[in-house]
Write a protein that binds this ligand. Sequence first.
Ligand code: FNR
Length: 390
Amino acid sequence: MLPDLSYPATAGDWRARARRRLPRFLFDYLDGGAGAEQTLAASVRDFAAIRLRQRVLVDVGAVDTRAQLAGQDCAMPLALGPIGLAGMMARRGEAQAVRAASSAGAPFTLSTVGICALDEVCAAAPAGSPPPWFQLYMLRDRSAVRALLDKAWQLGCRTLVFTVDLPATGQRLRDVRNGLAHSGARAAALRATQVLARPGWVWDVALRGKPLTFGCLTEQVPGGRDLNAFKAWVDAQFDPTVTWSDIAWLRQHWRGRLLLKGILDAQDARAAVDAGADGIVVSNHGGRQLDGVPSTIAALPAIAAAVGGQTEVLLDGGVRSGTDVFKALALGARGVLIGRAWIWALAGGGEAGLRELLATWQREFTLAMMLTGTTRVADIGAAQLEPGPA
Ligand code: FNR
């Protein structure tokens, strides 16, 4: 077969490359959602339905795309959201991603269940770039949580993204089919056939990318040698009893900025403000938790109306282009986090692939500003939406 010499231009193009590179169970893990994936489909569809208002003959010779998210200067109002196991998708994936993100002026968020440890990610970031954001899942062992927070603080992290929409992992049917929830010979044989079909991944990630463990949790899981041991520990540690009173506890132990990720309801958004959060991320975990909840872009206007004046409202879910970033701002978000788009680009093309994706989105976002006659990010709002039914 002739090599593919085409240039990836969209998140979808990077997705196609990721699919060719990754063993099937890994591609499905990052690509899939919960249940029949209706919420996941709506996330993308609802962005596509938004109509922007084209304006002409405005001086757009000096468009400024810069913004501040969680007090940090960004090239555009976009940060990389937390993706667990990113280091399974590309060799030392989180280290590659933080380099690409930092050089594009985008904050990078490290997941509690990332492959690389926070130290490794901080060391990989270019000198002088701001420290990454750290994402926390609440663990039953609160002393382990405190140790994670202390470590993050010592390493200079000042923004904590606390994920509140995962009292238990959603029912992701692709993972069930691929035997991720199963142990034993049959599941091992199924995954082995998928791994053997991707020798490039075996060489690049499985062999040269070791150790493949949850880097942030190596002190918490002493003696844990492989991913299965870590996964078993984390599964037993997820705490479904967390309530708003734990936010007060977190506030006591975290002096930096606190963003609550996974808010989809205006009442919860108000409670987050009352609990002392510095911001919220309107999120349904990329459609990976409860199939049937609304897309985030559909939920955003009511939430922004309820708390947008009091707190920083970010959004993730279904953002697939720089134009989508603009649409999220037009509907009331201060900025976005991206998930699948960045991990597809990293899996498909490594650090260089992710740099290309972010550069493309920067151009798209700039063009959306120019063609709607907007020169400052702070001016993006309902005025840039086509009035009337979408
Ligand atoms: C996630 N997400 C996630 N969120 C989180 O708080 N901690 C995590 O470890 C993970 N891990 C993770 C893995 C994978 C493979 C995906 C796709 C997602 C959710 C993520 O941060 C974000 O909310 C969604 O990905 C946003 O939707 P899009 O951009 O993927 O459509």
